[in-house]
Design a protein around this ligand. Structure first.
Ligand SMILES: [Zn+2]
Length: 611
């Protein structure tokens, strides 16, 4: 089941956007002014009587964000801002602002922000922003009327632009006004009146991207017009950040998730580089650059599909049958089952007062029985057919604690450490967790349910991709990253090499994943291809309880259910089968069956990347 993050948090972000006053003067400015007063007195004597010195900060150019092929995902474009000198004469300022609003339209947000700034007494020496990112028609109207607007001036600045719009929004992120805590940590942010990275790479590499501001001292006359430049210190440009993402692939996976709610993760199985990471629906980060409008903001936060949430890292879903790979591996290394052992699938397993059904139950026959007449299922067939009875029994024999240990070795239950904020842990439940959480002891039935990837167990799509990559590379631990190597940044990643050294078991698992896609009895047989040959595992996750009556009279199919009661469709896989290069995880919320919905999507990704 997918849990949505707290909407209140998103709302308070809006509150910040609206409510942020432009604060107080800080020490660095004071020191600068003292310096001017003490050491540059002579220079000031030459100023004409009513002229003043105006200190302006030159914002640094922010570094660009690039994809792995140097396509620019975030850059700076020229913009024009309207400002007013902040003099002591408030009533004159207000009079002028009224005149401004007759010339150009000021929205509610801009007016509120202006009022906030005017109330701040301590900021009297810095000009106040009236409107940012002026449009061309506003610029020309203002130029005509500027003569009648004392102390008002137009300043050239830069704004952030995202040419690929909503294609990589959750990766690249967006920029918005600094929060109070940002300003406290870094007063200079206020001086340059800059936005800061608020999500994605823009946020996690803020320090590298930002650069350092310069300063400019101007002599201005009584009307606030610039007379001459007294001194200037250039700003220092921020660092470019090169990502592992391929924007062409990103475009492709974005289109595969069109009108769907879910996630796709594409990862290099050998080095953990993320080639694509898509969460759907997405949003256009350019909206935030223009001070997002009330309407656009409402559309984003009130959308039940949560476009602002990066589901690839913070969506917590039951892994469903994709988790059977972990259970099988755990059984093999713990010597619970031999590769040739078989378990009977009777389509219904009774335990305690509960019945556990194999998915084949609705066919009123055990797994594969119709094809061969036997109900005994070995590991390869159990994975290919996704036999639930096999895994109920196997999980019971292994025990929850050993399953948990294996799951953790594959990165489930902990953050993957990818360079993005907001990552969730998922949940790998065990006895002590249940005791702590519910004050109740663990039941064997819960182990059985965990064995088919349901129950308390949840995982994020990025965890599933890492898990699959580790099966593909035969147990080499990888750490997903968005940052192309050989870049010096503040984010120092630690890479360790750790291998689960059980090659023969990985061979069994990989072979069973091959069968799931390439053998007629496999659940993803319909999605097989030779370009390239791939292997994988489907998952179909129930989000509702199936009643006894429904079991007897036929289970209602997904298309006859309301959208939010339909199953989640999952697929994890890797390709090429012989020499694995990439792994993918596909999660489609309420998409229906993993084999019908998620596996065909994975096939299209493999074909795009590897054919
Ligand atoms: Zn079965």
């Amino acid at each position: 089941m997918y849990k949505y993050p707290n909407i209140d948090k998103l709302l308070s972000r809006r509150a910040f956007l609206l409510g942020l006053g432009k604060g107080a003067l800080f020490t660095s400015i004071l020191l600068r002014l003292m310096y001017l007063q003490l050491y540059k007195t002579d220079q000031y004597k030459v100023l004409a009587e009513k002229n003043r010195i105006s200190l302006r900060f030159i914002p640094p150019l922010r570094g660009n964000i690039l994809d792995r092929n140097d396509k620019i995902l975030a850059l700076n474009k020229n913009s024009y801002n309207l400002l007013i000198e902040n003099t002591k004469n408030k009533s004159e300022i207000i009079k002028t602002l009224n005149k401004v609003s007759e010339v150009i339209f000021l929205n509610q947000f801009e007016i509120e922000s202006l009022n906030n700034n005017l109330e701040k007494k301590s900021k009297k020496d810095l000009p106040i922003f009236i409107k940012k990112n002026l449009k061309w028609n506003e610029l020309s109207t203002l130029n005509v009327n500027l003569m009648n607007l004392p102390n008002v001036f137009i300043e050239k600045g830069v704004k952030r632009e995202y040419p690929f719009k909503n294609l990589a929004a959750h990766i690249v992120g967006y920029m918005a006004n600094p929060k109070k805590s940002d300003l406290k940590d870094n007063p200079i942010l206020q001086m340059i009146d800059t936005d800061v990275g608020r999500s994605g790479i823009e946020e996690s590499f803020e320090k590298d991207l930002r650069g350092f501001p310069g300063t400019q001292h101007l002599e201005v006359n009584a009307k606030g017009r610039e007379i001459r430049e007294i001194s200037k210190e250039e700003s220092v440009r921020g660092r470019n950040i090169k990502l592992t993402i391929d924007i062409n692939l990103q475009k492709h996976i974005h289109s595969l998730l069109k009108d769907k709610n879910g996630s796709i993760v594409v990862i290099d199985v050998n080095n953990g580089e993320l080639l694509g990471l898509e969460s759907s629906p997405s949003f256009d980060p350019n909206l935030f650059t223009k001070s997002i409008s009330e309407k656009d903001w409402r559309n984003l936060i009130e959308n039940p599909m949560s476009p602002l949430v990066n589901k690839s890292i913070s969506g917590e879903y039951s892994p469903g049958s994709t988790f059977k790979l972990i259970v099988l591996y755990s059984a093999l290394i713990n010597n619970i089952i031999k590769p040739n052992d078989k378990i009977n699938c009777s389509s219904k397993t009774e335990y305690g007062d509960r019945n556990f059904y194999c998915w084949c139950h609705k066919k009123k026959t055990g797994c594969f029985a119709t094809q061969t007449g036997t109900r005994y299922v070995g590991p390869e067939l159990a994975v290919a057919q996704s036999c639930d009875s096999f895994f109920y029994e196997l999980a019971k024999r292994i025990g929850i604690e050993r399953i948990v240990e294996t799951a953790r070795n594959f990165g489930l239950g902990s953050k993957s450490g990818v360079n993005l904020d907001g990552e969730k842990y998922g949940l790998v439940p065990n006895k002590s967790w249940k005791k702590k959480r519910y004050k109740k002891s663990w039941k064997i039935g819960e182990t059985m349910i965990t064995g088919v990837g349901q129950g308390f167990l949840t995982t994020t799509p990025i965890q599933l991709a890492v898990m699959t990559a580790m099966f593909a590379n035969s147990g080499k631990k990888i750490f997903p990253t968005l940052l192309k190597k050989n870049q010096t940044t503040t984010d120092n990643e630690i890479f360790t090499t750790q291998t689960l050294n059980q090659k023969k078991f990985f061979k069994i698992i990989k072979n069973s994943m091959f069968s799931a896609v390439n053998k007629p009895y496999g659940t993803a047989y319909g999605s097989r291809t030779t370009k390239p040959i791939f292997a994988g595992k489907t998952g179909t996750v129930q989000v509702r309880k199936i009643t006894k009556k429904e079991r007897e009279f036929g289970i209602i199919s997904n298309k006859d259910l309301p959208f939010n009661k339909r199953d989640h469709a999952l697929f994890v896989g890797f390709a090429p089968y012989k020499n694995p290069k990439i792994a993918v995880s596909v999660v489609i919320e309420h998409g229906g069956s993993g084999s019908k919905i998620a596996a065909p999507i994975a096939k299209k990704i493999f074909s795009k990347v590897l054919s």
